[in-house]
Structure formats: structure tokens, C-alpha cells
Design a protein. Sequence first.
Length: 557
Amino acid sequence: MIKTSKLKEILVKPGYIKTEDFDKAVAQAKINKIEIEKVLLDNNLIKDEQMGQLIADALGFLYVNLSKKTIDDAVLKIIPEIVAQKQLIIAFDKDQAGLKVAMNEPADLPLIHFLTKKTGEKIIPFYATSRDILKAAKLYRKELKEEFSEIILKHLAQVKESKDEKMPVIKIVESIINYAYANRSSDIHVEPQENDSLVRFRIDGVLHDVLSIPKEYHDMIVSRIKIMSNLRTDEHKNPQDGKCSLKLPEEKLDIRISIVPMTRGEKIVMRLLSKKMRDLNLVTLGFSAENIKKVTKAIDSSFGMILSTGPTGSGKTTSLYAILKILNNRDVNISTIEDPVEYDIEGINQIQVNEETNLTFAKGLRAILRQDPDIIMVGEIRDEDTAKISINAAMTGHLVLTTLHTNDAATTLPRLLDMKVKPYLIASTVLITIGQRLVRKICSNCIKSYTLKPEQFLKLVPKNIGPKLVEGKKSLTLYRGTGCKLCHKTGYIDRVGIFEVLEISPAIRELIVKKATSQEIKKQAIGEGMKTMLEDGLEKVFLGATTLEEVLRSIKE
């Protein structure tokens, strides 16, 4: 890994990045405990290819941009997948001179000697960025349905041949979970159909049909999952919720399980709670530098309320976890009340809502306030009681983080009024409200640019925003993914947030006290410089992070 001082010399001295921007990125990297290179790229301070070339030149090695290479499967697999992932290397070409290998540390002589002995080839090291190598490593996989079908059908054959049905079914369930995890799925659906059992993965917010399993094996799979999550195997008429863990090579994966009886059998939904999501930070979530500044100012307050808003599945809780990660240190007592607890966080006291024992958000919150907390996270404000207790906690020296289901940041404030919270209490306690949505990111392996005429663009976007974006331009350059093996032909990999962060200024406080409408509050916030979710989304469109269609779809929803 290149030292920060050396990286600064490479990027700042020649003027590729401003000193103040680099120093801010270093601070962000320290706060979020991630590599400086990642922050620079995520903040769009420099392009991956440009930084890679500059680092390679400084180290005295040739540079390769793997996203622009077509890598033959036979060459790729000269180095086993497990070695490639562990050492952060990729074999990308082979000729008479030897095997060309992309490495994040091309000066690692012991690794080069190991590869020479392992492959029997002369190794020619090239420098590639870690981000580029990790993306290329996904090429080891076959098409999703093709490889997964091979695995499951093999296990089904074992069920028929074996007198003991348990072992093959255990392998089937583990394969389903492993493969879902490897393909970045957030949820697994196992749905009973008339003649078979359908397995579907939710990847980047979209459900994909993955495999049909013969109907006769559905009940075996249901029973296995019930056993894993300590649920009743003899209960088939009532819904059951549980959780379990599965040890994977990468991490211990927590899984939340819901089983509901349907007309054709019991349907299973498994939510995969990966450490990958737990490790997200404000930069990787998609917050702009301007919005991070607003959030940082709010979390530096010793008391007050931070509200994250949006529909179900828009990433509200993930944003709050990212903020908690920054706040989490030994000097403060942090407690949460959640339904459910999404991720276990070391150093934070987390309470799970339990309706059966009458442990509600309001009761849990009252209990937390007797535990000498500094910072409190309330998973969701669902009723007047929870709203009033949360506001009072924010008034009496606590920093409170919570979520609400509203369409945008401005609507949050009148929504609290609907919950019978006094206007002056809202005005004096709320620090910021964050409105958000999730959009799919364009696959960097198959991204292509295209042009759009200003008049075409104006037909697609709202009239109040379009004109200023096309002013003085003869054409607009936008991006889309054409579909490839890496993204399973979808054109998208992963998701990113689009945000609006509304600061409660003196003028907005006055509007709240006067019980102004959300439209009036939004107009004032925009006048004070707030970028709306749509504007934030369109900025990401022009940067090539997502597509225009994705942003318009998410805002309409």
C-alpha cells in the first residue's frame, strides 16, 4: 500500500488535486477507517485510471486498466481464484514474454516468486488499483443461473442417490445462501409454485429469478431453514420470524428469516445482513462533500435531533449506522432501540423491540433515558408517544438519531406537527433532516457514453430544473451500462444514495413555529442553497455514477 505522504507528493504537487481537498480526504479516511485512495475516488477528486497511471509511474511499473481489458477465461484461471482474491492480483494476459499479472503491490518479490513457482510462468507485474482488481475478480464467476443450476442440480442428484436426505439438503441451503452473498444479494426468496419452488435473489433492489427447484424438495428446504433459525418445524399455519448465522470465508454472515404460509406452501424470505453494509460510510453511501459538511456540523452538537427520511428500503437506517460509526467511541454512551436490530455494533447498547413482551419503541426509549445515554438512536418514530419522548430527549442534552416515513426532507417537519409535537419544540431541537433514495450504479465494466439533445433532456426532467442544466450546451453526455458478464447483463452493479440535507436555519425555524407547509419550508431551504434529491441525482448522472432513468424512477416512487 502506498504511503499517504507519497500519494500526496504524486497527486498534489503537480496540481492534480488541491491541497485542501486532499487534506479533507485524509481526515475523512481516518474518521471512516478506510483507505485514502477510496475516499479520493468516491469524492470524484480524481479518476481511477488517472490515479492508477500516476501511482504506477511513481513506482516505476507499467499500468493496466483492467476495466478496458477483455480477459480470457483460460488466462484468468492460471491463478486460482482463492489466491487472486487473497493477494489482490489478476492474471490478464499471456504471451511469449510471460504471464502478465495486475498487482496492487507489484514490488512484492516474495509474491512474484510464489506465482512463478505456482504457475511455471515468468511473471510480468503491472500496477492496478485495488478497486479495479476487485471488480475484475468477479469475472471468475460464470453466469448466475448457469453456475447456480449446476451446483443445485448436483446436490439434488445426491438427494436421490442418498439414503440420508439431510446432508444434500444442508448443502443446497448453504449453496443458496453462499451464492446469494457472492452476488451481492440483500434478500433471498424461496417461493412455492404450483409445480416447483422458485428461488429469487434481490440484487441492487431488483428481484431476479435464479432457479426452479422440483416441488418435492421445497418442504425439506423449509424444514432445514427452520432448524437453522430455531423455529418450530411442526408449525405450518402461522408466520414465524427468526435469525441465524452462517460462517463464510469472508465473514460471519447474519441472516434474518421470515416464513409465511401461502396457499401453495410456506414462503421463505432471508435478509442477508452483511458486514459489507455495516462498513459503509457517508462517502461510499453517496453523500456529497457539501452534504457531509452539513451532517458533520450536526453530529458535532451535544444535543438535538437528526432525522433520516424516505420510503421503506431507501437506506435510512444504513445512513444512521454510518453516522453512529463516526460517533462511536469510548467517551460516550450510545444506546439504540430498533425493530429489528439490523447489525450488531461493538461498543453500542442495542435493544430489540418485542411486541410480545410489550417492549415498544416508547417503552424502550423511556428505559434508555434512565441509562445515562449521550447519544440515542430510535429505529423509527411510529406514533405520537415515541415522537414526544424523542423530542424531549433531544431537548434535555441528548443527541437523537431517528427515521420517519416521508417523501422528502421538508415534509418531515409538518409530519411531526401531525404527531402533536409543539412547533417551538420542533424548531428548537431538530438540527437537520435527510431525505434519500437509492439508485442503481452503472457497471464500470460495460459503461458507455451517449449524447442527448437539450430539447430531449428538457422533456424528461422537471421544468424548474432542466433549463439551467442545458444552458449554453449543444448536447449533453450521459452514460449507461450495455450489459456484461460482470453485471449479469443488467448494466448495473451496486447502489448509491441520492440525498437532500435540510439544515434548520433561523428562517426555517420561524416557518416551523408559524406552522408553514412543507412547500414553503422547501422553497426557503432551496433559497438557502439546499440541493434537492433530484439535483443530487442529476449530478451523479452527469458524473456517470447512475442513469437518468434510475434517478427519475426513484424520485417518482
